[in-house]
Ligand binder design. Sequence first.
Ligand code: UDP
Length: 326
Amino acid sequence: MKTILVAGGAGYIGSHMVALLLERGYEVVVADNLSTGHWQAAKGAKLRVGDLRDSAFLDRLFTEFKIDGVINFAAFSLVGESVKNPLKYYDNNVGGSISMLKAMDRHGVDKIVFSSTAAVYGEPEKQPIEETDRTEPTNPYGETKLAIEKMLKWSDGAYDIRYVALRYFNAAGSNTEVGIGEDHSPESHLIPLVLKTALGQRSHIGIFGDDYPTPDGTCVRDYIHVRDLAEAHLLALEYLDKGGKSDAFNLGSGDGYSVKEIIDTARKITGKEIPAIVEPRRDGDPSVLIASNKKAGEILGWKPLRGLQTIIADAWNWHSNHPNGY
Ligand code: UDP
């Protein structure tokens, strides 16, 4: 494996994948329509701007480069927006993946690592969540990712394209050496919003509910460093390259932290007050989401190395050095 196509490589997690692949000596081709990504995030890669739903664009790309494997991050990912405009999500997320799989089949590329999400589980039946647990998404975003996982499964049987679907829990952190980080607009995730509050860009951070059945009443999530995520994708590619069979894996730390614990840790790391106000619950938030990462450990040999302190310290490094993003 020499040349890897990273679709959505100008986005948050995709750009961290690009940085890792470049560091390990791969040739990296990025396909991104730059609808939410930033070209500056994909530096060092060969960037081709276009939409995955455009099959002529993909044909040009697979003709220009001899691609050995694909990693697909390209998707819309705002849960609230997906409820208001589900067809936008089905069109882009599912449509983009259909087009990518067809192009792979046309050009004889047989390995894909796919960005999935813990949102495929919906309201979990138990903690920690295992890959065999019920998948019943509670929003269209999660439904599109589950639909693509199922599509990948059938495509394996029909076209011999093997896949690994990686179900991310809460990605955070940055790459302080390369100088890339999280820059969403609008931003909806807890850690960047807490750090924007520390920078004085927001008056306070809203805590969405403090009456959940958790130790301090606020929601518990499993935060995972974006670099650890990228390393799992590389292991997944190598696994497929060695002939590994198609499968889905959780990517989480296995540890849960509450919203209040995140804010307290950020206060310690930034030395800022970070005012917080309890607000009503946000629709569709399960009280606790914690991954079992046993399967990824056993089959891919993946072990997350960076804990919450590193996650928040690295995110703070990015936000304090790039207060207005890219
Ligand atoms: N959250 C919050 N205030 C915010 C943003 C998020 O209290 O301004 C909470 C949210 O309810 C959830 C956790 O922080 O329990 C993580 O939310 P995020 O949107 O970062 O990720 P999600 O778990 O929804 O993928």
